[in-house]
Design a protein around this ligand. Structure first.
Ligand code: ZN
Length: 497
């Protein structure tokens, strides 16, 4: 079903492309650029498929507001086609993907021809019955616009590239921070590269080196070593003359697909320098592979709860990493909640658990009511089982953005129950619920690493290696399709480019 062939290591190593002069036929007219994209990260081990309702569809002025940097250019005409972005989830339903693709391709057809296309992507999309969904989508864009327009994409560094993708793209740049703090900056860089190359009439050399490394995001944060030093190499290899841009993508671990692996990319005007830049990044990452580790204390859930209870810190942030919603898990596994109850933890905030039926029951019961509920284990019945509890409804809230939410007090735990899948990644989400996380002894979040708001305030962070479809120990998950050997699944092999 996939029009693009699966990449092989040998085809990738041959994928060199000299810079092409484009003729510079831009004088007199404004550059016509389209913006579009589908951005979702899909955990293939989650049994909960991603659906249309998981997407935020941006069109018109809403989409243009994602690209404020475009206003810096007087010589471009930017047309917002459509960009769909979603909370990470399971594999995307084929019919939904087809509809998104059709809308974008139709929009490109209706408003073209184009000088350039900017694709606002994530890079870890998985679609039912398609081996390489981004290759399928980007190939469709290329088929529509033809060989001449430049196509530039921005990716999350947790995206998985392939030779088929890189053959269709002219330009690609990825985040350089994890936890991510440079999303807007990365979009701007992809756009600047596109405009600058169009103005100059050049199609740069692409150097793409897949690296047989597949470490989880939790092991490859750029705010701790060795990630900080490896990522610092990116700006070192860019000279803005021979080498225009470079990226290191650690890839997305929780996708059992042939293209799942890390990659180094460089774009430049000099073939040798560009490949050399990509080789430097690939070697730096490969060379540090044994040093990558979780940036915080980890262990079994029981061990981590004991660590939290023994901690002298006023508040301990505890990650329920196996059900990390921001990596695509369903967010309804009550496993860690059950463990916290069995340890009789003092004043604890648990955010959050998605259970629409339990939210219904709490709204029906009303404030102050006590209810017996069977929580969670419904969206992902493979990795979680419902947990029977008795709780008191402390707060009921409804908002257009987040849907209905309940604070349910169970013993000394305040549980945030939601009717929709949600990830608590910002302090503002707690402020809306009139909650100050720092008033709690333990704050348990369905995350892996802490997002920037919590990184800044957490007196102590611990990550429970809880079970689930996005286990922080992916070596324990049933991979069948990734290429081998692949570190850390295989350890006794060497590799060099
Ligand atoms: Zn990411």
């Amino acid at each position: 079903m996939n029009p693009s062939p699966k990449p092989t290591a040998s085809s990738i190593t041959q994928a060199k492309s000299p810079p092409i002069a484009m003729g510079g036929d831009l004088e007199g007219g404004r550059l016509k650029i389209a913006a579009a994209g589908i951005a979702i990260e899909c955990a293939t081990f989650s049994p909960l498929p991603s659906d249309l309702s998981d997407f935020n569809l941006l069109r018109g002025a809403d989409l243009l507001s994602r690209y404020p940097f475009a206003a810096r250019y007087a010589d471009i005409e930017l047309t917002p086609v459509m960009q769909a972005n979603a909370l990470p989830g399971g594999v995307l339903r084929r019919a939904v993907y087809n509809d998104l693709k059709v809308e974008i391709i139709s929009g490109l057809r209706d408003s073209g021809p184009w000088d350039g296309v900017y694709l606002d992507m994530h890079g870890a999309m998985a679609v039912e019955d398609i081996d390489d969904a981004e290759a399928d989508f980007i190939s469709a864009v290329r088929d529509l616009v033809g060989p001449d327009p430049l196509i530039s994409a921005s990716y999350d560094l947790h995206g998985n590239l392939s030779a088929a993708i890189m053959e269709q793209l002219d330009l690609l740049t990825a985040y350089r921070t994890a936890p991510h703090e440079d999303a807007l900056e990365t979009r701007a860089r992809a756009f600047d590269l596109l405009v600058n190359c169009l103005r100059a009439g050049t199609r740069p050399v692409k150097a793409f080196i897949p690296i047989p490394l597949l470490l989880s995001g939790e092991r490859t944060m750029t705010i701790v070593e060795p990630g900080a030093s490896v990522y610092a190499e990116i700006t070192e290899v860019i000279d803005n003359e021979k080498v225009l841009d470079a990226s290191l993508l650690v890839g997305f671990t929780w996708a059992d697909q042939a293209r799942s692996q890390a990659s180094a990319v460089a774009l430049g005007l000099d073939e040798e320098a560009t490949w050399s830049a990509a080789r430097v990044l690939a070697a730096a990452y490969w060379g540090a592979r044994h040093e990558f580790d979780f940036g915080v204390p980890t262990g079994s859930t029981d061990k981590c709860i004991k660590m939290a209870l023994e901690s002298k810190a006023p508040t301990v942030f505890l990650s329920d990493s196996g059900d990390n919603v921001t990596a695509g898990a369903a967010g309804d596994m009550p496993y860690v909640l059950g463990k916290l109850l069995s340890h009789r933890v003092p004043k604890t905030l648990f955010a959050s658990l998605v259970d629409a039926a339990a939210v219904d029951a709490c709204f029906a019961a009303g404030l102050g009511a006590s209810r017996e509920l069977s929580l969670g284990g419904k969206l992902d019945p493979i990795h979680g089982k419902p947990l029977p509890v008795t709780g008191v409804v402390r707060k009921l809230r409804e908002s257009a953005a987040s849907g209905r939410q309940v604070i349910l007090a169970i013993d000394d735990i305040d549980l945030v129950l939601t009717e929709r899948r949600l990830a608590f990644t910002t302090l503002a989400q707690f402020t809306e619920l009139e909650i100050d996380p720092l008033n709690y002894r333990i704050v348990c979040l369905k995350l892996g690493y802490l997002f920037p708001d919590f990184q800044r305030i957490a007196p102590c962070a611990i990550m429970a290696l809880s079970p689930g479809p996005v286990s922080a120990l992916p070596e324990n998950l049933p991979f069948h399709t990734i290429q081998r050997p692949m570190f850390p699944f295989d350890r006794d092999f060497d590799w060099a480019r």
